[in-house]
Design a protein around this ligand. Structure first.
Ligand code: NAI
Ligand code: MG
Length: 338
């Protein structure tokens, strides 16, 4: 039986990589019955709204979505639709597994970043302060972390560790400087860890030191749990350890819905050229299969991606010549053959 889900193609390279994902879901028997809806810059141009009500209504119904990247204007213009979607469905956990597929500087990276997805400096409470004639003399942002949300995300990370047989959760913070904003996160991590004593160990790391250690020796890390902005930055960093943004999937998980996407954005610099690497969104579809209990299909998909790459079919970001759609066809072929 097919599982109802919402599909958002997104902006920039979105439509190209979504097509490649649909091509690899086909030989798995099209596990999802997708309803297509729009969001992002494309939706703004077509419907006058970057997040149309029909899109929200669809996700409310399916509780499950696969989403291509959405363009957010920098500096001014509309607020990030990604952030609005996370808020609309209380998708509090952003889970970003990072595993080596193509050995590069490291051959065995296997870690997961669990990012708090709703609070911190992402709450968008910003304003300018005028000084004399300059209305924009000072930029101010207010961030907050509620104790309850800190507890919820840390518990999510520990439960995730138990479920996936992982041994250590590292809480990444900056409580030496932001003693309150990230101190509350660290306090809750210490409190939650007690309940997992003997099963999963708690480790504590300050974010800047963590960044350095990740680059030097990622094998020191297993599950990382951190606040919103640090998680955003570190998850791009860890993507760089496994071949770049083309390999990093992300799941936005809430109690009532889940949205799966690539960590990367709409890559306007290569959009429309058939150059984009669709692996990140394919892996996101893999996480979506895991989420609905289709573990076998998820495994088949991941194995086919690895086989395709080690067989030499690669997109330009990792030095290959395959187009986005060629790569999709090759993975589909590998699934059929596998
Ligand atoms: P980006 O991730 O789109 O691109 C950064 C660099 O990585 C570019 O050189 C791009 O060509 C390359 N890249 C990204 N994905 C790739 C792929 N699959 N294959 C090959 N190369 C790839 O980040 P950027 O340029 O900062 O943002 C562009 C837009 O995307 C912005 O409007 C931003 O707000 C939005 N964005 C959306 C996200 C989402 O929908 N979840 C996440 C991050 C950014
Ligand atoms: Mg990001």
């Amino acid at each position: 039986t097919q599982i109802p889900a919402t599909l958002i193609r997104g902006d920039g390279i979105g439509p190209e990589i979504v097509d490649a994902v649909l091509a690899v879901l086909e030989p798995l028997g099209n596990p999802f019955a997708f309803t297509e809806e729009s969001a992002g810059l494309g939706a703004l141009e077509a419907h006058g709204d970057p997040l149309p009500e029909a899109t929200l209504a669809s996700i409310r119904q399916t509780k499950l979505a696969l989403k291509g990247p959405l363009t957010t204007p920098v500096g001014s213009g509309f607020r990030s639709v990604n952030v609005r979607l996370r808020e609309a469905f209380s998708l509090y956990a952003n889970v970003r597994p990072c595993r080596t597929i193509v050995p590069g500087r490291f051959s065995d990276v296997d870690l997961v970043v669990v990012r708090e997805n709703l609070e911190g400096l992402y709450v968008g409470q910003e304003h300018w302060i005028r000084i004399e004639d300059d209305p924009y003399a000072v930029g101010v942002a207010t961030g907050f972390n509620t104790r309850a949300s800190c507890r919820r995300i840390v518990e999510y990370a520990f439960d995730y560790a138990v479920k996936h047989g992982r041994r250590t959760v590292t809480v990444v913070h900056k409580a030496n400087i932001l003693k309150v904003l990230t101190g509350v996160f660290l306090q809750e991590a210490r409190a939650v860890a007690k309940a997992y004593d003997g099963r999963v160990a708690l480790d504590e790391r300050i974010v800047d030191a963590c960044a350095m250690q990740l680059v030097q020796d990622p094998s020191r890390y297993d599950v990382i749990v951190t606040t919103n902005l640090f998680g955003d930055i570190l998850s791009d960093l860890v993507a760089g350890l496994v071949g770049g943004l083309g390999f990093a999937p992300g799941a936005n998980i809430g109690k009532d819905a889940a949205i799966f996407e690539a960590v990367h954005g709409s890559a306007p610099d290569i959009a429309g050229q058939g150059k984009a690497n669709p692996v990140a969104l394919m892996l996101a579809a893999g996480l979506m299969l895991d989420h609905v209990g289709r573990d076998d299909d998820a495994q088949r998909l991941r194995a086919a991606i690895a086989a395709t790459i080690s067989g030499g079919t690669r997109t330009a970001d990792i030095g290959g010549t395959a187009s986005t759609s060629d790569f999709g066809k090759a993975v589909a072929q590998a699934i059929r053959a596998g």
